[in-house]
Design a protein around this ligand. Structure first.
Ligand SMILES: Cc1cc2nc3c(=O)[nH]c(=O)nc-3n(C[C@H](O)[C@H](O)[C@H](O)COP(=O)(O)O)c2cc1C
Length: 685
């Protein structure tokens, strides 16, 4: 009812000036007729003004402008000398256009609402009045009207009262340009700005409630990193319900029920929200049409397309877009595809890291699959671009990558597991990455100020990088991290975990298991977090990277390892004559062989926990350049060596390389690794 009243009063606000124009005969009347016209027009304007004030409690810019125009007209025509008074009558039409031009231009230039708000607010629901799009649309329409009234003013002023210039041209402009533009532009604007590609609805959840519960699966954690709060959905009708999304730290989770303090509340019939999600109707357009309502942070509403977008479908409507798999809901297990790029696929260090990570994910119900690239036939890309031209999306090579691409398309999380090779991924992994270009669309689109190739297929995939490197400093990963962040930016696939282990050579060595155990525990936790929180936390990533021993200590140990291997190649077969066969004799012999000069002022106790054919406990006490061997256990040894007797005997008899045996896990140690390394130096051979 109020809306109708608004429209009636908007239309009647033109009556005072129309009456004035009729009674003054369009400027051709006598001075008496013009005086009567301006007074009657003014009186009608006052009636209109107070009627609006009373019924709507406000006045439009037009009412004020027309009243002002007629008020000035009265002053002019009654107070000015007769010749000048005649000028008002003569130029009243031009002055009216000038008034309209100023009315349409000045308010928004002075930071006020544009004049079209008066009518636009009657057509569109209150929930959109504060959206940036509503303002942009109104401003643009207003400027078109300003331009029209300026042309009307110039035409009428230059046309010296001729009907063609004062009436016909302005009417044509208003009826053929101004009104149709005002009616069609909002839809046109929304269509261009929020063009959405249609999506196969059969692959979507059947209810809006499930759809919203699955929205965390399409959340762009990178773009949404700054958001902390909830979006409440109040979905009415069949398939609806109360559901809310909680976002924080680039992660999103869905819950059923009511959020205690949502940033934004969306109230929508369930079927409308399904249509919006499938692209049948555009979200802002539906809001403008009042199909759903919102309350709260309108800025957050306008970011929803970006936060929950489907990479690849975004601005590209030239290609048929299809979904890679069913819409994910929280009921479905997360499908993790791990691609393993180590040339030592099952016995290397990458394998140890990846296995722990996947175990963590599986413990939370994830379904995992590992692809060992070493076992696959994947030719490097030859750059023919056939997959972008003659056979879009299909590579010329029909090797193992054909099947792998299908697996990639079907997974929720793609894990890139690789050793660091020359500051980047391994060659096996690089070939795999190159061969993923059939998944891209060749066109260049601009996103956040930089060009990229959109995805050919809609995807909800996330990425995780699992890598280890030989050097002990985490800085060695800087290059590969950069590569993956660039990949994240261009692919739109969030990188939700960086599992990076320096000094990775310790991973597959059984002897170092106790040393690396805290890292492996953190890697397992990372797998758990991926499934439960959608991303690995920064704390867990830091725990994986934290050094398991000092970098210098690691370096000297590694150097000794390489030296011992070089020695192995040069050394002759060990001499078997005079072999020591008794553990007790051996340890006492060790104590006696201490090189006091090499030991210097070193103080340490070395506990031997011996198993095997000669089990027992011994310990060596080193101090003041001397060493003594004792049977039994000491209270707090600097180093404990757990070894089978035959292993230690073989080492002592130089049949086995001590460093190599350690690396192979034939004996293990606990405590100060520095003491272990010093042993080679302080005990004579
Ligand atoms: C060809 C080659 C290049 C390597 N480049 C690097 C490197 O740039 N930085 C680094 O820290 N380690 C480098 N490494 C060491 C490996 O990253 C390290 O040995 C890793 O633990 C191997 O993992 P894997 O056992 O899964 O194969 C390189 C190793 C090889 C064989």
């Amino acid at each position: 009812m109020k809306r109708r009243l608004h429209i009636i009063l908007f239309v009647t606000s033109f009556l005072p000036v129309i009456l004035f124009k009729l009674l003054s005969r369009g400027g051709g009347g006598t001075i008496g007729q013009v005086r009567a016209a301006v007074v009657l027009g003014f009186v009608l304007g006052v009636v209109q003004f107070f009627l609006s004030r009373r019924l709507l409690r406000h006045n439009t810019y037009l009412e004020k402008a027309f009243l002002g125009f007629l008020g000035i007209g009265i002053l002019w025509i009654f107070l000015a000398p007769p010749e000048a008074a005649g000028l008002f009558a003569l130029y009243s039409t031009s002055l009216l256009y000038l008034t309209l031009f100023l009315t349409t231009l000045v308010p928004q230039m002075a930071g006020r609402d544009p004049f079209t708000y008066a009518i636009a607010k009657q057509w569109y629901p209150a929930s959109v009045w504060n959206t940036p799009d509503f303002r942009i649309i109104n401003l643009r329409i207003t400027y078109v009207w300003s331009a029209i009234f300026l042309v009307c003013f110039l035409s009428s002023f230059g046309g010296h009262g001729r009907v063609l210039f004062t009436i016909v041209i302005p009417l044509v402009l208003i009826l053929a340009l101004g009104i149709p533009f005002s009616r069609r532009y909002p839809k046109l604007y929304l269509k261009r700005r929020f063009a959405v590609a249609g999506i196969d609805r059969s692959a979507m959840p059947s209810s809006a409630r499930e759809l919203v519960l699955g929205m965390p699966g399409v959340f762009d954690g990178v773009k949404g990193r700054d958001i902390a709060g909830d979006i409440q959905f109040d979905l009415s009708g069949e398939g609806g319900g109360l559901v809310f999304l909680s976002m924080a730290g680039g992660q999103c989770a869905s819950h059923e029920g009511r959020s205690p303090n949502p940033l934004l509340t969306i109230r929508s019939p369930a079927d409308v929200w399904l249509k919006i999600a499938s692209g049948e109707i555009d979200r802002p357009g539906a809001l403008m049409d009042g199909l759903y309502t919102v309350e709260g942070d309108m800025g957050l509403l306008s970011r929803m397309g970006e936060l929950f977008r489907r990479p690849g479908s975004k601005s590209d409507t030239r290609h048929e877009v299809r979904r890679d798999g069913p819409m994910k809901t929280r009921m479905e297990p997360v499908r993790i595809l791990a691609v393993q790029g180590s040339p030592r696929p099952k016995t290397g260090n990458t394998a140890v890291l990846l296995e722990r990570f996947l175990k963590g994910a599986e413990s939370q119900g994830a379904v995992t699959e590992v692809i060992y690239l070493k076992e696959k036939n994947i030719r490097p890309c030859q750059g023919c671009y056939t997959c972008w031209t003659k056979t879009p999306g299909v590579c010329v090579f029909d090797d193992d990558m054909t099947e792998l691409l299908e697996k990639v398309k079907a997974c929720d999380v793609l894990v890139y597991a690789t050793p660091l090779y020359v500051y980047n991924v391994s060659a096996l992994m690089k070939a795999f990455q190159e061969r993923m270009i059939p998944l891209l669309d060749p066109h260049l689109v601009k996103d956040d100020g930089i060009h990229r190739h959109p995805g050919r297929f809609v995807t909800y995939r996330k990425m995780v990088l699992v890598a280890n490197c030989g050097f002990p400093e985490v800085a060695h990963f800087n290059g590969v991290r950069q590569v993956f962040r660039q990949l994240e930016r261009s692919s739109g696939m969030p990188l939700v975990g960086e599992i990076l282990m320096p000094a990775g050579e310790l991973l597959a060595r059984q002897g170092f298991r106790p040393v690396v155990q805290p890292v492996l525990d953190a890697v397992y936790r990372a797998g758990v977090e991926l499934v439960t929180d959608g991303a690995v936390s920064k704390e867990t990533e830091a725990a994986v990277q934290s050094p398991v021993m000092g970098a210098d200590e690691f370096a000297s140990m590694a150097n000794m390892y390489w030296d011992s291997h070089a020695e192995d190649a040069q050394e002759e077969s060990p001499l078997h004559a005079g072999r020591i066969n008794d553990m007790d004799q051996l340890l006492r012999g060790m104590a006696a062989s201490l090189d006091s000069q090499a030991a210097g002022d070193m103080k340490a106790t070395i506990q031997f926990r011996v198993t095997g054919s000669q089990p027992g406990n011994w310990f060596l006490t080193i101090g003041d350049g001397k060493c003594t061997a004792s049977v039994g256990k000491t209270a707090s040894p600097s180093l404990t060596i757990h070894t089978p007797s035959d292993v230690w005997l073989a080492i002592a008899n130089r049949e086995l390389n001590g460093q190599k045996a350690f690396m192979e896990g034939r004996y293990t140690v606990e405590g100060d690794m520095g003491v272990l390394m010093a042993m080679q130096r302080i005990f004579k051979k």
